[in-house]
Write a protein that binds this ligand. Structure first.
Ligand code: ADP
Ligand code: ASP
Ligand code: MG
Length: 394
């Protein structure tokens, strides 16, 4: 008998039919003798719908109330899943994060999990219940509802698995694992069988949203291995994410952040405002202040803060995308990659090196072509990224 934590994302619980399919999968594992804790996201589109309602009232809603609102989506899914399981004659109980005892730090909207109490979940498991937990939410030290940032149910699952010392933490989504690039951009992307935490961290940080960055960081800190699987396939093998991978291709994959905005900070004054505005610009650091001019890339999520800090005064250059080639050989291939893109007529705005990673800034309109070119010439041509087939417990 194993203790398995499974997490189902928005599309996996996106309709009553999908919830019933999840119920069947969970019941099957339970009938095989496993103890099951299931973390659910809101039904797909629901968090955005709630966000839209809030924005009809206020562009920048009170952060506390936003968390009260957004956390509601996960509560709907957890109750529906528990009902679907109960209807099949199997005991299931849904719990909010507060009922579990998941405490967070770091304020609202983007909180971090601090602690997960196991007593209530363990007691229910001992009574042979399937435990369903609302992902994405927590409670701060003052008893307020908090949320964990977009995609945060992944972090809930990892933290719960780690606290329970689970045998498996399975992240079920709408693709069959972590791929060499987003399979919705490049149909030839290949599933990676095993990836180490450092590489997954880099992929997630630079746009591979298949796993939320904080969940990978948490898993790495707590050495909690994860498996990413498809909830749409019965024989999904998935990707194992673990401290070290047995072997890893020289270029593991390509991550993409599309729809970003490139601006010039033309004066020292503008650069100083940037430094105090708290806008995240992870990759394209400001140039040295003495040069008087530097360029910054702003994600869509940071545009509200940018507008607040500068109004319309900044010099806008282009709608851009960051393409990040990840792997130990990435920077060695820089010249060949630039040549391949130039051959396709794709202009590169900027190049930046990160550890085991080469980031290229291209016009947003060109990002798909750039990904496909680099994938065909530098990822697909490598020896097979596959290792031994590692099968899921389910
Ligand atoms: P969920 O709602 O289940 O949490 P997400 O939408 O957050 O699912 O993440 C799954 C999506 O991540 C996929 O549909 C895919 O488009 C995208 N994705 C981006 N990069 C990758 C990658 N390297 N491998 C797999 N999927 C990726
Ligand atoms: N429902 C939240 C979101 O859409 C959390 C999640 O799906 O993991 O971001
Ligand atoms: Mg997700």
């Amino acid at each position: 008998m194993a203790l398995i934590v499974q997490k189902y994302g928005g599309t996996s619980v996106g309709s009553i039919e999908r919830i019933e399919a999840v119920a069947r999968r969970v019941i099957k594992a339970h009938q095989q003798g496993h103890q099951m804790v299931v973390v659910v996201s809101a039904m797909s589109g629901e968090t955005n719908r709630l966000l839209g309602l809030a924005r009809q009232i206020d562009d920048v809603p009170t952060s506390r109330e936003l968390d009260v609102l957004l956390s509601a989506g996960e509560q709907v899914s957890m109750a529906l899943l528990a009902m679907a399981i109960n209807r099949q004659g199997v005991k299931a109980t849904s719990l909010t994060a507060d009922q579990v005892g998941i405490t967070t730090r770091g304020g609202f909207n983007n909180a971090e999990i601090d602690h997960v109490s196991t007593e209530r979940m363990t007691s229910l498991l001992e009574q042979d219940h399937i435990v369903i937990v609302a992902g994405f939410q927590g409670r701060d030290e003052n008893g307020n509802i908090t949320t964990l940032g977009r995609g945060g149910s992944d972090a809930s699952a990892v933290a719960i698995a780690s606290a329970l010392n689970a045998d498996e933490c399975q992240i079920f989504t709408d693709v069959d694992g972590v791929y060499t690039t987003d399979p919705r951009i490049e149909a030839n992307a290949k599933r990676i069988e095993c990836i180490d935490f450092d590489t997954m961290n880099t992929m997630a940080k630079l746009g591979a949203k298949v796993l939320q960055l904080q969940s990978v960081e948490y898993a790495q800190q707590h050495r909690q291995a994860l498996r990413v699987l498809s909830s749409f396939e019965d024989e999904s093998v998935g990707t194992l994410v673990m401290p070290t991978a047995p072997t890893q291709a020289p270029i593991v994959g390509i991550a993409v952040q599309a729809n970003q905005h490139l601006y010039t900070l033309a004066s020292q004054a503008e650069q100083m405002i940037w430094q105090s505005a708290g806008i995240e610009s992870e990759i394209w650091n400001n140039g040295p202040v003495e040069t008087n001019s530097s360029q910054v890339v702003v994600s869509e999520a940071d545009m509200v803060q940018l507008k607040r800090a500068y109004g319309e005064s900044l010099n806008y250059i282009d709608n851009v995308a960051t393409i990040s080639v990840v792997g130990r050989a990435a920077t060695d291939c820089e010249q060949a990659m630039l040549a391949a893109l130039q051959e396709e007529g794709i202009q590169i705005h900027r190049v930046q090196h990160l550890p085991q990673c080469l980031c290229l800034l291209v016009a947003d309109a060109n990002y798909k072509q750039a990904v496909c070119t680099l994938h065909a010439q530098f990822v697909e041509t490598q020896i097979d990224v596959g290792m031994t087939e590692l099968r899921a417990v389910s």
